[in-house]
Design a protein around this ligand. Structure first.
Ligand SMILES: *Cc1c(COP(=O)(O)O)cnc(C)c1O
Length: 405
């Protein structure tokens, strides 16, 4: 291929493919700028972002308030490490604990690190509070889970692509079918310290538990003295039309695991939020992270929480999401198997591969990424304008019409 005939897009892709590891299968557009719900590629084409970086940019791309906070904080102090204190950490923990109705916060950076932190907390809590024999703690998780990519976490994944040839894996995890209370009950024993659950399994294809499952699970955990740990990294902070997906069923877990939109896409900030009793198992030296709780991340995350509140993004997610779901339900095409969603986390499940539909949507200016090969997930930033959603539905309709053979 002669360099002279390469488009900017081809050139960027060629360099990424030559020098970067191929651990993703992205759509072939190269984004150079973004604002709100829209992104612009290196050729100047505009697209409506219906993925939102897996719900990390719920507040919209490059939110001006987050940008201002980032720049202001970056010009003061960015990193102290936890060897010293900084003037942002306390306020961040206070705001987040109050948002969650909890007592304590342990900040980390990525989602997977927060999940790892919750696993450590649950095990130590189990040894100290329940008297589980050392090294015997067991955590129940669910089939089709997605909790991140560390070796411990992929060790209890049921997805071969996430696990193959990455073992040996850590013991201490049991998998049961998502939504099967009897299976959870059977899996529980005296060594069970926690149940780890996504209240909606987004990566698995936006799978909802049966009605009543979460409250029953919560009651079972309370009865058996087992921590209910909700991984709300993707579902939390308004994505599903309530602050947390657990709220749909009136459930308060013992532990919230948060990330992604916690910092509105500016900076990786994650956290475990729980009661004092749980997070106090960590004493000095027992856990840590060089960047966890850094002042830059804390400042941005505080502002990101305020933006959610000030712009009523949880409410927007509920109303716009309900409208979008209703529209999606009017789509008629033999390839459509099911349509489901909560808030602005919607999905169209197909009888066939979703990738060609995502590529067709891309040519019409709508960015979606297939999940689990047959599901088109629609999760635009919560700031998306209603008219933009109307337009996106028109593009979806057109794509299904075109694919009608
Ligand atoms: C994205 C995600 C994670 C992992 O977060 P990273 O920041 O990618 O490590 C964990 N759990 C859920 C439910 C997620 O969606």
């Amino acid at each position: 291929m002669a360099t002279a005939t390469m488009s900017p897009t081809t050139d960027f892709i060629a360099r990424e493919d030559a020098w970067g590891a191929h651990n993703y299968h992205p759509l072939d557009l190269v984004i150079a700028e973004a604002k709100g719900a829209w992104v612009t590629d290196v050729e100047g084409n505009r697209y409506l972002d219906c993925l939102s970086a897996y719900s990390a940019v719920n507040q919209g791309h490059c939110h001006p308030r987050l940008l201002r906070t980032l720049v202001e904080q970056a010009s003061r102090v960015t990193l102290t490490s936890r060897a010293f204190r900084n003037d942002q950490l306390g306020g961040f923990c206070e705001d987040l604990a109050q948002l969650c109705g909890m007592e304590m916060v342990l900040p980390m950076n990525t989602g997977a690190e927060a999940v790892e932190t919750a696993i450590k907390a649950a095990r130590r809590w189990g040894y100290r509070t329940k008297g589980i024999p050392d090294g015997q703690a067991q955590i129940i998780a669910f089939e089709n889970n997605f909790h991140g990519r560390t070796t411990t976490i992929v060790g209890f994944s049921s997805e071969p692509a996430y696990r193959a040839q990455f073992g040996p894996f850590a013991p201490g995890f049991v998998l049961v079918p998502f939504g099967d209370l009897d299976a959870v009950r059977r899996a529980m024993n005296a060594n069970t310290c926690a149940v780890l659950i996504e209240p909606i399994q987004c990566e698995a294809g936006v799978l909802m538990p049966p009605d009543g499952f979460l409250p029953a699970l919560s009651a079972l955990c309370a009865e058996q003295q087992v921590l209910l740990m909700a991984d709300e990294i993707q579902t939390g902070l308004g994505r599903t039309g309530t602050l947390f997906a657990c709220d749909h069923e009136g459930v308060t877990p013992d532990v919230y695991i948060l990330g992604k939109a916690l910092s509105g896409g500016f900076y990786p900030v994650s956290a475990v939020v729980s009661r004092r009793e749980v997070l106090e198992v960590f004493g000095p030296g027992s856990h840590g992270s060089t960047f966890g709780g850094n002042p830059l991340g804390c400042a941005v995350a505080r502002e990101a929480m305020r933006v959610l509140h000030d712009e009523a993004l949880v409410e927007r997610s509920a109303t716009e999401g309900a409208w979008l779901l209703e529209q999606l339900r009017t789509l008629r095409h033999p390839a459509i198997k099911a349509v489901r969603g909560r808030g602005l986390m919607c999905a169209i499940e197909l009888h066939e591969a979703a990738r060609p539909y995502c590529e067709a949507l891309q040519t019409r200016g709508v960015l979606c990424k297939e999940t689990h090969s047959t599901v088109i997930r629609l999760s635009p930033p919560l700031v998306v304008a209603h008219d933009d959603l109307v337009w996106a539905v028109e593009q979806l309709r057109a794509v299904f019409d075109e694919q009608d053979r």
